[in-house]
Design a protein around this ligand. Structure first.
Ligand SMILES: [Zn+2]
Length: 355
């Protein structure tokens, strides 16, 4: 549908052709997320910067978003990679809301590049980060039309070489856009690891109120019988309740961040890098390793984990987005008495707590 070869400089809008998305999604949580995780792993392995697979992934994401009823924008950015100038793209889609507030939902689609000693042209990146892309696509699919809060879905390019795409995206935001951002959601590596985590960005250590979206995610997880945790802060360089080492860092001190990631913050160097204590996993991690960050290895060691984690993250985050939207009640014209009551009751409230 969209020929990337025709792309030139500037930001390009791609018109939607048809719509698969329904206002009310009725399918099981995680169905699309797992399906997309598998698709990126099988058909778009080795999607690192500067490869044909990277371009094919941008094309694929654009096509999927168009199919879901969005009008995706490709945001190009250039950078130097090992002495070569390269161009990559952030793929951005928006569901316009009725308030001036928005949330930014992001996942990087690239995989780690090959090096002189390791060929990563077949790196599936099932965990890092087909899983985040899969969940983000399902959240986009589930997003109801005309929300109160605008949702900006951003599929970041060039994360693995230094958060290049997310940094470019942040620098493209105006002051007003930053001020009106309720929070940034980062989805990176959602499957592989002993536990599910929700963390805030480091800015929350200066602004404790910025932990509220992390708290809400943990609360929704608990209510739904999902074991989710937060970084216990056992390593002084990684403060309790905060995540790191992904695109969230580009947003850390600008706005509240909610970071989703599977790993184990209580083992190894206590830095979230060692994902599992399971002795069947060499060194306890799969990061950027073509031999382990793939469907076959994950399914052999932890059968069903891809489906379970993508489902659980999608469920919690979809409900969280729903609650955030419900807390920003749109005001009909003319304003009815009922709407006034709702606005008064809901104003500033993240959530009506159950008693
Ligand atoms: Zn990643």
């Amino acid at each position: 549908m969209v020929n990337l070869k025709l792309l030139c400089w500037g930001t390009i809008a791609i018109a939607p052709v048809f719509t698969e998305a329904a206002a009310a999604a009725t399918f099981d949580y995680g169905k699309t997320a797992a399906q997309e995780t598998y698709y990126l792993s099988t058909e778009l392995a080795g999607r690192s910067v500067g490869t044909a697979q990277e371009a094919a992934t941008v094309q694929y994401l654009s096509d999927r978003l168009v199919a879901l009823g969005y009008t995706p924008i490709l945001q190009p950015f250039t950078y130097d990679f090992r002495g070569t100038p390269l161009t990559s793209y952030n793929v951005i889609a928006e569901r316009q809301g009725t308030s001036n507030k928005h949330i930014i939902l992001g996942a990087h689609y690239d995989t780690a590049p090959s090096s002189a000693t390791l060929d990563r042209s077949a790196l599936e990146g099932t965990n890092d980060n087909a899983s985040g892309v899969g969940v983000l696509l399902e959240l986009a699919e589930r997003q109801a039309l005309d929300p109160t809060v605008t949702s900006k879905f951003v599929f970041f390019g060039a994360e693995e070489i230094g958060l290049v795409g997310s940094e470019f995206y942040v620098n493209s935001l105006s002051e007003a856009e930053i001020t009106n951002s309720l929070f940034m959601l980062n989805l990176d590596s959602l499957v592989f690891g002993d536990h599910m985590y929700f963390n805030a960005g480091r800015g929350a250590t200066d602004n404790p109120d910025w932990f509220k979206y992390r708290d809400l995610a943990l609360e929704i997880a608990a209510e739904n019988g999902i074991d989710a945790r937060t970084n216990p802060g056992l390593n002084e360089f990684y403060p309790a309740g905060t995540g790191c080492c992904s695109d969230l860092e580009s947003f850390d001190f600008l706005m509240p961040v909610l970071a989703a990631e599977a790993t184990n913050w209580s083992i190894g160097d206590l830095d979230g890098y060692t994902q599992t204590a399971d002795p069947r996993v060499p060194n306890g991690f799969t990061w950027h390793d073509p031999a382990t960050d793939n469907r076959a290895f994950i399914n052999e060691i932890f059968p069903g984990l891809i489906e379970e984690r993508t489902r659980n993250y999608t469920l919690v985050l979809d409900k969280l987005i729903g609650e955030v939207n419900a807390s920003y009640v749109s005001v009909p014209e003319p304003m009815s008495t009922a709407a006034l009551v709702l606005v008064a009751a809901g104003g500033g409230l993240m959530r009506r707590r159950r008693v």
